[in-house]
Every structure is written in C-alpha cells, then in structure tokens.
Design a binder for this molecule. Structure first.
Ligand SMILES: Cc1ncc(COP(=O)(O)O)c(C=O)c1O
Length: 441
C-alpha cells in the first residue's frame, strides 16, 4: 500500500495524462503511452558539437572570423576602443528625463509603436542632421535602430542576396565584415590611404552591388575620405546602380577643420543609406542609432522592421527625444568632444615622450582612437599580451584585415588605442606602466 490520499493519486494520474505519459481507452482502462526513447543524457566532459550536416541559415563560421566583440566588464580601462568619456555622462539629467516619461503614465507609448521608431524622435534627428551634418532629409526617411550594427545588418539583408559582391574598406570595421559574412555575401577589400578608400580601384570589382564606407573616420586607420573621392564614389554608385552604406562613425568627433559634407547630403541619385549612432556621444549600451533611407526604400524598410524587431524600447526613445529637444545633447556632445581632445593630446604627448621607440604616434584629427604601426606580428602580439597582463587593453591592427590580404601589405600590424574613455591621470599612469612592462623582453 502507498498510504497516500485518493486526491494525490488522482492528481498524479492527471499530470501523467496531461504530459502524454499515459493514455486512456474508453471502456477499457489506462495504459502507459508508447513513447520514443530519449537519447542518452550527455556525460560529464562531453561537449555539444555542431553536426557538419546541420543547416545553418546564417554563415556563422565565416562571421566568426571577424568576431572581435568584447564584453565590457567593469569600469572603462585604458586604452579600450569604442568607448567615449562616459565618466562625463549627465546621469542626473538622464534619470530625470526617464522618470518624467514614466511619471506621466505614458499609456499611449506602451503598445506596439511605429516600426520606424517614435515620430517625435525621428523629427528631432532630422533637425539635428540638418544643423550638425548639413544633411537634409524628411523624418519619414529615418528609421530608429538598435545601434549602427543593426542598421548595417538590415540594409544588407534588404539589398543583398547571398553570393552578391560588396566593396569594403581594408582594413575594415570587423562588425560590418561580420554582418556581410552572416549573409553569405562576397567581400572585396579595397585599400585605404590618407584620403580614405582608394576609389580608383572600384573598377576592378565590376559586380559589386554595394560599398560600405566610414567617410568621417575610417576604422581603424582614422582616415577621412577626401571630397574628390566622395564624388568619385557617388559617380560609381550612380553609373553601376549600386548602393553605398555611409557609416558616419565618429562624425561628432572632429578636432580640426570643418567636417566634410556626408555623402548622403550630396548624393543626387538616392543611392546612399546613411547610418548614425548615439553610442559615441551617449553610451554604447543604450543601443540607439538610426538610418536615413533613400525615399524609394522607405516602405521596404518599414516592412523589414515590422517583421523583425519592430521598434527599440519606447522609454529610451522618448528620453532621447527629450534629451535632444531640451538641448542636452548639443551641450553634452560639445563637452564630450572637448574631453576627447584633451585626452587625445595627453596620450600623444606622453606616448611620444616615453614610448616613441615603439612607434611614433601621429596626431589624429577625428575619432576616438589612434593607430601605431609595427613591423611584424610577433611584436604586435607580444606588446598586447604584456599590456594585458598589466590590465591595459590594446587592440591588434592585424585583426582588421580581410582574410587573404597580402602579407606584403605595408602597415599590416600595429596597436589600436582608444583614448577617450579614461581620464588624463589614468592615461598618464597607463603610459608609465607600459614603459616598464615593454622594457622587459
Ligand atoms: C566603424 C564603426 N561604426 C559604428 C560603430 C557604432 O556601432 P553601434 O552603434 O552598433 O554601437 C562603431 C563602434 O565602435 C564603429 O567602430
């Protein structure tokens, strides 16, 4: 005898029945269901392998070649790339704007919103682009995205078929290359010099349907695309009926001269998809960016958004709209630019005083990082490992080249250093640390 109550037995039978372990035949009885045996459980130490025949919709193995994603754990460190001066973030203003949104019981913003993002924010971004970047567009062309990365991904998914060919700067922004390889697209690298992408080489890739460029500040070289090359690139797109993704990376961080007009502002044939991000003036974890779609593609982008992520979180979009409309963004971006400039100068001076034997650091006129070229891979890897053992993050330049780039390519190895995310005393301390760490062989 089990010595349990009738209720317990009835409950147990109901549970077994609900989960399909038993079946009842009317007028007959209750039987154990005939189930397929489960495969044997994994043993400790066994790992999940991906069977070779598994059909992966995405080309993940190819994309993994480009994956330099680092989870930013803890406070920013010298010389982390991709991070602005978040110690200057106006936490109180941001908290006030977020709580203003919630305190007003925003029931009209709690449902499914417009797939392109909040109309108010799109209107403000259009105004900002007109004033700050000389780019005139209609708010209906703006799609709010989860950062530039998502914008690159949805532009590529919309415009490219697997096996299509694209042009990409070489060395390149790893996450753009990763997005293209996820889609199975063939990438053709074109070299970059002091004037940016060498547009004269476009002719050797007759089948390219799209070119990805970052004209304001090329990652990782920091080059700005010259006006002559901007015009040549636009002419190429018009003649070939190809597309240009203009990633206006670090467009807000220009330290000398007037910023050049974005491609999208001088494009006469609606071939440019302009991408901007709030990651570098606000903070990367916010995940807010935008794209300006050519008018003829707006409806297709809306459909893509409806079928994928719809819109980014409403509270962040609304807080961002308030941040722009009340003038905080303009004030904050001036402050961020001043801080980045101060930090750039501090690094430049300290480096050239103590570490010029590693490689002369050149002054950069835009962006948040600087690159030092090295003679070979072994030196690059040794310096980076020694820095890391002292808690200093440096990114290898060699990881930014497309596979198959020629070994003989000059300037293939080097150090990429972000200078904006820590304060001047921390920069000086890190240079001092490197001086001793690198003196040891
Ligand atoms: C070339 C380039 N474009 C765009 C971004 C910004 O990306 P996201 O908006 O996805 O943070 C970065 C980030 O470092 C970048 O290096």
């Amino acid at each position: 005898m089990l010595e349990v109550s009738r209720n317990t037995v009835v409950n147990a039978y109901e549970r077994l029945f609900a989960e399909g372990f038993i079946e009842t035949r009317i007028g007959d009885g209750t039987y154990v269901a005939q189930l397929h045996a489960l495969s044997k459980p994994m043993q400790p130490g066994e790992s999940f392998g991906i069977e070779p025949q598994l059909h992966l919709g995405f080309r993940l193995p190819a994309a993994s070649l480009f994956n330099q994603h680092r989870i930013h754990e803890g406070a920013p460190k010298a010389f982390r790339i991709g991070m602005p001066a978040i110690d200057l973030f106006p936490f109180d203003d941001w908290a006030r704007l977020q709580s203003r949104f919630w305190r007003r019981e925003p029931v009209d913003h709690m449902g499914y919103g417009h797939p392109a993002g909040e109309p108010q924010l799109r209107e403000l971004i259009a105004q900002y682009l007109r004033h700050a970047r000389g780019l005139k567009c209609d708010p209906s062309q703006i799609v709010i995205t989860l950062g530039a990365q998502q914008a690159i991904m949805i532009c590529s998914a919309l415009l490219l078929h697997p096996e299509d060919e694209v042009v990409i700067e070489n060395p390149c922004y790893w996450a753009a290359a990763g997005a293209f390889s996820c889609l199975g697209v063939k990438m053709n690298g074109i070299a970059v010099d002091n004037d940016g992408l060498q547009t004269s080489q476009l002719q050797r890739i007759p089948k390219a349907r799209l070119a990805y460029v970052s004209p304001s500040c090329q990652y990782p070289t920091g080059a700005t695309l010259s006006m002559a090359r901007r015009l040549e690139l636009l002419k190429w797109a018009e003649e070939k009926k190809s597309w240009i993704i203009e990633d206006d990376y670090d467009g807000e961080y220009r330290y000398s001269g007037t910023p050049l007009t974005p491609l999208a502002a001088i494009d006469q044939s609606n071939r440019v998809l302009y991408i901007g991000s709030f990651s570098k003036v606000m903070y990367p974890g916010l995940r807010l960016g935008y794209l300006v779609a050519p008018k003829q593609l707006v409806d297709q982008f809306l459909l893509m958004r409806t079928m994928s992520t719809r819109q980014p979180p409403m509270n962040d979009q609304m807080a961002m709209a308030l941040f722009l409309s009340e003038g905080h963004f303009q004030k904050h971006s001036r402050r961020m630019r001043r801080a980045a400039l101060l930090r750039r100068d501090a690094l430049l001076q300290a480096w050239n005083q103590h570490l010029s034997h590693i490689g002369e650091m050149q002054q950069v006129s835009s962006g948040l990082h600087v690159t030092i070229r090295l003679a070979n891979f072994v030196t690059e890897q040794r310096l980076i490992a020694q820095a890391l053992s002292e808690g200093i993050e440096i990114t290898p330049l060699s990881a930014s080249w497309l596979p198959g780039s020629s070994e003989a390519q000059t300037g293939r190895y080097g150090l990429v250093l972000g200078f904006a995310c820590v304060k001047v005393p921390d920069i000086l301390r890190a240079v001092e640390t490197l001086k001793y760490a690198w003196a040891q062989r």
